[in-house]
Design a protein around this ligand. Sequence first.
Ligand code: ZN
Length: 157
Amino acid sequence: MAELEGLYQEVILDHNKRPRNRREIEGATRHADGYNPLCGDKVTIFLKLDGDRISDVSFLGSGCAISTASASILTETLKGKTRVEAEALFHKFHELVTGKPVEGGSSLGKLAVFSGVSEFPVRVKCATLAWHTLHSALAGDAEVVTTEAPEEAAEGA
Ligand code: ZN
């Protein structure tokens, strides 16, 4: 198991060092901003929708290794997926990082590297920030997503 954890850590560190799809999408259909005041992670998700399908997805932002790697792997995972598939993956990913049994866990693919996050509750928000932000972008919400209550976020900003 120790080796497996090492391998997972390697994937996360690699995505932190060389984030995939870290760019702005010109003519993005949607975008949303997310902020995790507990850690200082910031992320902007850009989406290009082709009907119900995500034809392109990218991110910009700064934060800890977990939040950056999570955003990077999110973009790799969701390109070409439909909105429904994306929301279903968000649900599974959330269960994974909060330590709940994941139904159909084998479909998580590379997202499985975040399974260790469940042992560090403070890191859960780092791992899910990009996903909450994606959800907001899909929903078309204009407001900044925060992992904390709105009042607290305003104070921290
Ligand atoms: Zn973080």
